[in-house]
Design a protein around this ligand. Structure first.
Ligand SMILES: *Cc1c(COP(=O)(O)O)cnc(C)c1O
Ligand code: SF4
Length: 344
């Protein structure tokens, strides 16, 4: 016994001697109520009930940033009983599955295909608009990836492929390398775009070797998602610098969330901080009406007021487009100053 525990202690000591890899961080994620209750003051019964429906994953990096109970990072990461209370929303308001010619490839705009290549994430965001699939086993497989590639090969008007998920950057390097190489072998695919929250939620994933891998597949763009200034840490800044220095333009698709960034000062601070790490604010998304996220939604009037205030407060470079994704697969539209019918 004594030897075993001694060994364990050494093991833990050794782990601290080297920086943990992103795979180690991911493997150390908190996914159970018992583990979470060691770090945060939570209601165990409620948490259990929520994660039976929507799994939890909080990796040690993001866990270390969380801060106060009910605060902006807590709200994004910690399961909340309100997720499983009745709301009028649906699992898939954008009817992505209805616009999928093959599983997990959403083809809504003729020139762009949104290709879901992973359903793992470094953090299971509580506000996720693909809550229905994130972290559920067996949804995205090598077979669905092959079917998607075949569809893109046979569809010459697809000029841009958006790799999405889940998080495409949670694929192993060689898997992503194979995928990018297959896409680049298709003559009509001009632009590759990656949608990934990893620069924010697990920046350790972006290593110099990984940036060098991506650099071989230009023109390649990457859009990420930062929602609060506390997420812009030295580690996140370093990850973004590696990508930008590899010639990859970075954009940010922030989600407007109640209690997270629905105040003028917070948004101003976030957008300014993004510009400093060379991430261009691209969209501010009005929260989609997805089941289990009602408590994080705010009004269109609030979003419009924030956008109005930004005009005079920050550089035009830092101003995103405020968009709403119309339910039923109508696509994204700019929120007009008069608001959107059917939305408060
Ligand atoms: C958002 C989205 C895109 C990309 O839209 P952009 O306005 O080009 O960023 C493409 N396909 C689908 C299905 C989308 O939802
Ligand atoms: S990283 Fe994106 S896909 Fe994954 S849980 Fe968060 S919002 Fe959803």
């Amino acid at each position: 016994m004594a030897i075993a525990s001694e060994h364990k202690k050494n093991d833990r000591y050794l782990r601290h001697l080297h920086e943990p890899s992103w795979q180690e961080l991911l493997a150390d994620s908190v996914t159970t109520t018992t583990a979470l209750s060691r770090y945060l003051d939570i209601d165990r019964r409620e948490t259990d009930a929520v994660i039976r429906r929507y799994p939890m994953r909080i990796n040690p990096y993001y866990l270390s940033l969380i801060g106060s109970k009910g605060g902006p990072l807590w709200l994004q990461a910690v399961p909340d009983i309100r997720e499983i209370q009745a709301d009028p929303f649906s699992e898939d308001p954008q009817q992505e599955s209805g616009h999928s010619p093959v599983p997990h490839l959403v083809h809504r705009y003729p020139d762009r295909a949104l290709f879901i290549v992973s359903n793992r994430c470094a953090l299971h965001c509580r506000h996720c608009f693909r809550k229905r699939m994130v972290g559920q086993p067996g949804i995205v497989t090598p077979e669905t990836r092959d079917q998607g590639l075949d569809y893109i090969r046979k569809t010459p008007h697809v000029r841009e492929v958006i790799l999405s998920g889940g998080d495409p950057l949670l694929l192993e390097g060689h898997q992503l390398d194979d995928l990018l190489r297959s896409l680049r072998a298709i003559r009509h695919v001009e632009i590759i775009r990656i949608h990934s929250r990893v620069p924010c939620t697990l920046p350790q994933r972006i290593t110099p070797a990984f940036a060098a891998l991506l650099k071989r597949y230009h023109p390649l763009y990457l859009n990420t998602q930062f929602n609060h200034p506390d997420e812009i840490t030295p580690q996140a800044a370093a990850a973004c610098a590696l990508l930008t220095d590899a010639g990859i333009p970075l954009g940010c698709q922030t989600v407007l969330l109640k209690g997270v960034n629905d105040a003028v000062e917070t948004m101003q601070c976030l957008l300014g901080a993004l510009l400093k790490i060379r991430v261009k604010p691209y969209y501010l998304h009005h929260t989609d009406p997805v089941k289990g996220t009602a408590h994080l939604r705010t009004t269109v009037a609030c979003g419009l007021a924030i956008m109005q205030a930004m005009r005079s407060r920050i550089s035009g470079l830092a101003i995103p487009q405020y968009v709403i994704d119309l339910p039923g697969g109508g696509g994204k539209i700019l929120v007009p100053p008069t608001g959107v019918p059917g939305y408060e």
